[in-house]
Design a protein around this ligand. Structure first.
Ligand SMILES: [Zn+2]
Length: 273
């Protein structure tokens, strides 16, 4: 769970809005034709949004479907293109070209509403997402997706990745148990989907350098945290940052600020975990 210093947020709000207006007008004056893939994208910082639930529960992790659609429509109307983690990593490691305004949309935990509520909205606006699933929950607990639903979304271009077997904070576990969580979830996903997952998200965001090393040795290509920020050439592939999106009094405004203000908020450390 992210704790946002709300007072500080308010203080930086005016600054961010002013500067983002300047930034938007500066960026919009640069000719960026669709399909203009070029080396200028090499140093680009890429936003990776992090959602959990899309439903009407009164929970910080729940975004109501109407508000979720407002956000996805905003991305669509403003020229964003969803990418997958392969695209992100190839850009970070090799500077491979990306579409204009790339964005990685991720969900943690694999709740059933990802299929019933988020998936139809994402399809409607031609976006895909990456979903980090807890293998002991899939198809066993009705709050979570089933393997049939996972396969259907996979066929639509969604990527499924590991969020361990049991969703225990890894910093509390001995090394051999961490390894089991990583390897068993990877093997279960491989068996169910016919594709070995390459990506991982730390349950509750808890990680350290030793855990990063175990993730790397377990064969994962990259791992995502819940630290606020964008991903670029300076990112640690085993501690990739994301932009967590939560429900708030003004969810869209919070979404807008977190997305558009990310470079500034990151620099000033205005949002901490
Ligand atoms: Zn989680």
């Amino acid at each position: 769970m992210i704790k946002v210093d709300r007072q500080l947020m308010l203080l930086v709000l005016a600054l961010v809005l002013c500067l983002s207006i300047v930034a938007v007008s500066a960026v919009s004056s640069i000719p960026m034709a669709a399909g203009n893939f070029g080396s200028h994208l090499e140093s680009q910082d890429i936003p990776a949004l992090n959602y959990h639930k899309v439903d009407n529960y009164h929970h910080a992790l729940s975004i109501p479907p109407g508000e979720f659609e407002e956000q996805i429509k905003y991305l669509h109307d403003n020229g964003y293109h969803s990418i997958n983690p392969d695209d992100l990593v190839a850009n970070i490691k090799y500077g491979n070209a990306l579409p204009d305004k790339p964005i990685l949309i991720t969900f943690d935990d694999g709740y059933a509403d990802n299929y019933s509520n988020a998936y139809p909205i994402l399809k409607k606006y031609n976006f895909t997402a990456t979903i980090f699933i807890i293998t002991n929950m899939v198809g066993k607990d009705p709050r979570f997706v089933t393997w049939e639903q996972v396969r259907e979304m996979q066929e639509s271009g969604f990527v499924f990745a590991s969020h361990t077997v049991n969703h225990l904070p890894l910093t509390n576990l001995p090394a051999d148990q961490i390894e089991n969580e990583l390897v068993q979830s990877r093997d279960e996903i491989t068996q169910q989907l016919g594709v070995t997952p390459k990506y991982f998200a730390y349950p509750t965001g808890a990680y350290n350098l030793q855990i990063e090393d175990i993730v790397r040795k377990a064969g994962y290509t990259a791992a995502f945290t819940i630290r606020y920020g964008q991903d670029g050439p300076k990112s640690d592939l085993y501690a990739l940052e994301r932009i967590p999106i939560f429900k708030s009094q003004q969810t869209f405004r919070s979404f807008f600020i977190r997305l558009n203000g990310a470079p500034l908020l990151e620099r000033f450390g205005a949002i901490r975990n």
